[in-house]
Design a protein around this ligand. Structure first.
Ligand SMILES: Cc1cc2nc3c(=O)[nH]c(=O)nc-3n(C[C@H](O)[C@H](O)[C@H](O)COP(=O)(O)OP(=O)(O)OC[C@H]3O[C@@H](n4cnc5c(N)ncnc54)[C@H](O)[C@@H]3O)c2cc1C
Length: 500
């Protein structure tokens, strides 16, 4: 093999690619640490009071009746205020910092991933809405969620990209034009007519709002994407089947059907008319929006992985502590201690990877502005009524223009890459750790592990899905190549047409 002809560009990683958390310790407002403690306290109380007593029952209820919907659980979560917890205070929410969201979902998910998802997916949909940086719509939907929550009514948000013939292909600009995307948005005076089907949409049956990706030209989808905000009551919208899944049964994966569904212009989060005012091309802007949402949400799916890994570890630990073999406690056997130590380390390493990704978002991604010290303390010290009084300012087109200048035009390519790349690393590390810990727990528990009452078999079913959604782990590995490795070998191609 002759490597002398290969072109390399600095094989060593750039310092800023190595760590985000290191720099974040200087930049981050210290108040966030106390917020994280509070968030974990709330999550632990909710887990003990609501999740643990009902998680087995929900799994069994959906096994008995695959069409069962967990209304009781989401209403409880709503009563606890979980759906407005991470909505910024300037938009009327409780305003817990987004950097704390992963501490929160780790607690919920270590007991039950399906129930954790029933809360987490709402922030996935909401996060995609934020990624459009359409301040008028972000403010409107945020305030609706909060208002309804106060009245005891639900207002959840879902994210809808996947289609019957395009999963991976709907989530990467490089693959969109060769994929089979069909959701068609036809521009007409006053809005768009939307026709097509989305599948596997988490919380679809439970959500009031759906943030939907559609295409004005599906053959060239990467440069003709429209992000639309669809209400479940709109004419032309209907719910299709609910998937009968093996894992995360409690969290519905839904089919959304649009037939000439009219979406008025004031429900367009972003389209090419708006993108024309930005610095980057439509395709580059779409890629940037994907990086915003995946950077954040893959860090969270990685954290679901941490939660699953922790659940498997805790189940194995309890078993080891309670089991005696030949008059000797299992937990005192060195092989058992060694297995538990491997599992504990897997959790710790995966959590660290997710924390790096969280901090990459805090430095350059979705919650960069909210983590700016001046912004953070100004928002914390200002009473909520002030924001409510002046919230009409968010309706001014100038407000959206300004925020897009800051978050889209001024975000640099290397920042986009770092946020997106770390999201993938977190997702792969967390979800693979979860599968590995399930395997180790099975090794430790033997036959007892496959019994339903052990809790482990449910964790295994739940964890497997984490390697699939938000980009399969295979795709996320390619994304790590694209974001961190490719620049060392500028002649290399990733997601190249020769591989499709
Ligand atoms: C429980 C659940 C919940 C979900 N929730 C949502 C949701 O809320 N919203 C939403 O929009 N979607 C959701 N999804 C869809 C999910 O994001 C997709 O399933 C995922 O992106 C994979 O797409 P696919 O299933 O069509 O598989 P495919 O894209 O068909 O992939 C099949 C296999 O081929 C591999 N592959 C595909 N393309 C390439 C390539 N170019 N190079 C190398 N390998 C490749 C993949 O890694 C995979 O192993 C959910 C899915 C599940 C299972």
């Amino acid at each position: 093999m002759d490597i002398s002809n290969a072109v390399f560009h600095g094989l060593k990683p750039e310092f800023d690619d190595i760590t985000s958390a290191f720099r974040a310790t200087v930049n981050q407002p210290s108040g966030i640490v106390n917020e994280a403690r509070e968030v974990v306290k709330i999550a632990r109380a909710f887990t003990e009071e609501v999740i643990r007593p009902s998680m087995g029952l929900l799994d069994a209820a959906v096994t008995d009746d695959p069409q069962y919907l967990p209304w009781d659980f989401v209403k409880k979560a709503n009563e606890w205020g979980l759906y407005s917890m991470f909505i910024p205070k300037i938009f009327g929410g409780k305003g817990y910092n987004f950097s704390c969201v992963n501490f929160f979902i780790e607690e919920l998910g270590s007991a039950c991933l399906a129930m954790a998802n029933l809360v987490g997916v709402h922030y996935l949909g909401y996060g995609l809405l934020i990624s459009s940086w359409n301040l008028r719509l972000i403010n409107r939907i945020s305030r609706e969620i909060v208002k309804k929550e106060k009245k005891g009514e639900l207002c959840l948000v879902s994210l809808a990209m996947t289609e019957p013939d395009a999963g991976t292909d709907s989530q990467n600009v490089e693959l969109m034009n060769t994929g089979n995307l069909r959701c068609f948005a036809k521009k007409v005076p006053g809005g768009y007519f939307l026709t097509g089907t989305k599948i596997f949409i988490s919380n679809g049956h439970l959500s009031t709002w759906h943030v939907v990706h559609a295409y004005t030209d599906p053959e060239k989808a990467s440069e003709n994407t429209v992000m639309l905000l669809v209400n479940s009551g709109f004419d032309g919208f209907s719910l299709g089947k609910k998937e009968n899944k093996m894992g995360q049964k409690g969290c519905p994966a839904s089919e959304l059907i649009f037939k000439d569904c009219f979406i008025p212009d004031d429900h367009v989060c972003i389209d090419n008319v708006q993108i024309q005012k930005l610095k980057r091309s439509p395709e580059k802007t779409n890629e940037q929006i994907f990086a915003y949402i995946w950077g954040a949400s893959r860090a969270s799916v990685g954290t679901f992985g941490v939660a699953g890994a922790r659940g498997a570890y805790e189940t194995a630990l309890k078993f080891a502590a309670a089991t005696t073999i030949n008059n000797s406690k299992l937990i005192n056997q060195e092989w058992c201690q060694s297995l538990l130590a491997r599992m504990y380390s897997n959790v710790a390493v995966a959590r660290t990877a997710c924390y790096e990704a969280t901090q990459a978002n805090a430095q350059h991604g979705l919650w960069k502005l909210m983590n700016h010290k001046i912004m953070y303390y100004t928002v914390r010290l200002t009473p909520g009524w002030v924001f409510k009084t002046f919230s009409g300012l968010f309706n001014l087109p100038l407000a959206t223009t300004l925020i897009r200048k800051i978050n889209l035009d001024r975000q640099e390519d290397h920042e986009i890459g770092r946020v997106d790349g770390w999201g993938s690393i977190a997702k792969i590390t967390g979800t693979d750790a979860a599968m590995e810990n399930c395997r180790l727990a099975m090794e430790l528990m033997g036959q007892a592990g496959v019994r339903t009452d052990s809790g482990l078999e449910k964790i295994i079913r739940d964890v497997r899905l984490l390697q699939i959604y938000e980009g399969t782990n295979e795709i996320n590995r390619l994304n790590v190549f694209k974001r961190f490795i490719q620049k060392s070998c500028p002649e290399s191609e990733v997601f190249s047409k020769t591989n499709v």
